[in-house]
Design a protein around this ligand. Structure first.
Ligand code: ADP
Ligand code: MG
Length: 367
C-alpha cells in the first residue's frame, strides 16, 4: 500500500501507474470528490493536518509521496519519522515558498530572474530597477494565480495591497524567447534519468501546450539538463522533480521555479515514453530501479481547460478520430474556466507534424 498526499489529477495518474505495477494506493485529500480519491483503494477525506488521518496513513502505507507541493512540510517530516517519504520535507519546503526557493537557487549559484522580496509596505520604496515586474505571492500561487503585473512603485503598492500584503516576490519581467522544463527522476543513490527537454507555451499564466523535444539547439538543451541535474544533486533529491526555465532574449537561461513532483509539462511521457513520470515516481518511492525514459516519437501535449465545455461535453471524436492522438480526462465533475479537465497528446514522426495536428485538433474542439 502506497500513500499519496493530494488527490488531484497528478495523484490520479500516480495511482494508475501504481496499480499497473500491482500496488494499492491510499489517497488523502480534503475534497470528497477528488480525481485520485475516486480511483484509490482507500480514500481518506480529511484535511492534510488531521492527526487521525495522518495516523491512518502511517499505519497502512509502506511509503508515502505527495502530488501537491502545498502540503505543510512539517507534516512530511512527521510522517518520515515512521515511514519512507519522498520527496523529503526539506525539498518540499523550498519548492512551496517562492522566497525560500529563489534564495536557495541564488545561494547555490543558479541563475534566476532579478527579484526582491516584498514583505512589508516599506520595502516598496526601495524598489528601483525591477519594472516592469511581476509581483507573485510567496505561497499557494499556481497557474498564474496570485500574480500581478506592475509598471511602477504606485502599481506595486496597489498590487501588494490587492494581494493582501502577504509575503511576495517581485520579479523583473523578462523578454522571453521561450520557456522550457526538465522533468527528472532521482533515486536514493543519486542515479538519475531526465526526460527530453520540454518546450512550454503558456496562455494567461496557465500551461497550454508542451512540445517534446523542445525546438532548441543541443547546446541549450544540454545546459538546461545539466542545470536541472545539478539542482537535484544539490537538494539531494529523491523522487520526480520538475525544473521550469525561462530563456530570455539575450540567451540567458534561468530557473523560474521548481515542482517537487510530476508536472503538467511531463504528461506527454505517459503516452510517448517507455516509462512515464508517474511510473518513475512509483519506482523512486519504492526503491526500484529507474525506468528507461526513451521517447518513442516527437509529441505535443495540449491541456483541456474547462473553458471548452460551454455547457456541454466537447466532441471527443475530434481527438479520438486521430489515430496518433491520446485523450486523458481526469474525471472532474465541474468544468470551470481555467480548470484543468484533461489533456491530449499527439505523436508523429516529426515535431512539425505533431504540432500541426495538435493545433488542428484543438481548433476543431473549440468551434
Ligand atoms: P505559476 O506558479 O503560476 O506557474 P510562474 O511563476 O511559473 O507561476 O508564472 C506563470 C507564467 O507567467 C510563466 O510560465 C511565464 O509564462 C509567466 N512569467 C512569470 N514570471 C515571469 C517573468 N519574470 N518574466 C516573464 N514571464 C514571466
Ligand atoms: Mg510555473
Amino acid at each position: 500500500m502506497l500513500g499519496v498526499l493530494g488527490g488531484g489529477q497528478l495523484g490520479r495518474m500516480f495511482t494508475i501507474a501504481a496499480h499497473q505495477m500491482g500496488y494499492q494506493v491510499t489517497v488523502l485529500d480534503p475534497d470528497v470528490d477528488s480525481p485520485a480519491g475516486r480511483i484509490a483503494d482507500q480514500f481518506i477525506c480529511a484535511d492534510y493536518a488531521d492527526q487521525t488521518a495522518l495516523q491512518k496513513m502511517r499505519v497502512q502505507c509502506a511509503a508515502i509521496t505527495t502530488e501537491f507541493e502545498n502540503i505543510p512540510a512539517e507534516i512530511l517530516a512527521q510522517l518520515a519519522e515512521v515511514c519512507p517519504v519522498s520527496p523529503d520535507a526539506q525539498s518540499v519546503a523550498i519548492a512551496q515558498n517562492r522566497i525560500a526557493e529563489k534564495q536557495y537557487l541564488q545561494h547555490n549559484d543558479f541563475s534566476v530572474a532579478p527579484f526582491t522580496v516584498i514583505d512589508r509596505t516599506t520595502a516598496i520604496d526601495l524598489v528601483q530597477d525591477l519594472f516592469p515586474g511581476i509581483l507573485k505571492v510567496s505561497q499557494f500561487g499556481y497557474d498564474g494565480k496570485g500574480q500581478r503585473q506592475v509598471g511602477d512603485q504606485i502599481g506595486l503598492r496597489a498590487a501588494f495591497a490587492e494581494l493582501g500584503e502577504v509575503p511576495c516576490v517581485l520579479e523583473k519581467k523578462l523578454p522571453l524567447t521561450c520557456e522550457l522544463s526538465i522533468v527528472l527522476a532521482r533515486d536514493a543513490n543519486g542515479g538519475m534519468e531526465s526526460f527530453p527537454v520540454i518546450e512550454n507555451q503558456h496562455v494567461n499564466g496557465i500551461l497550454d501546450i508542451s512540445i517534446v523535444p523542445a525546438r532548441i539547439d543541443t547546446a541549450l538543451a544540454r545546459r538546461a539538463d545539466t542545470m536541472a541535474r545539478r539542482l537535484a544533486d544539490t537538494l539531494n533529491y529523491r523522487g520526480v522533480l520538475c525544473v521550469e526555465f525561462f530563456v530570455a532574449q539575450d540567451g540567458l537561461l534561468c530557473i523560474n521555479e521548481i515542482a517537487p513532483r510530476p508536472h503538467n509539462s511531463g504528461h506527454f511521457s505517459v503516452d510517448a515514453c517507455i516509462t512515464s513520470q508517474f511510473e518513475q515516481q512509483v519506482r523512486t518511492l519504492c526503491n526500484l530501479p529507474l525506468g528507461n525514459i526513451i521517447l518513442h516519437q516527437p509529441c505535443v501535449m495540449v491541456n483541456l481547460l474547462g473553458d471548452i465545455w460551454r455547457g456541454e461535453v466537447p466532441d471527443w471524436t475530434r481527438i479520438l478520430g486521430q489515430p496518433s492522438a491520446k485523450l486523458h480526462l481526469y474525471g472532474k465533475k465541474e468544468a470551470r474556466p481555467g480548470r484543468k479537465m484533461g489533456h491530449f497528446t499527439v505523436m508523429d514522426e516529426t515535431i512539425e507534424n505533431a504540432l500541426a495536428n495538435a493545433l488542428h485538433i484543438r481548433k476543431s474542439l473549440t468551434i
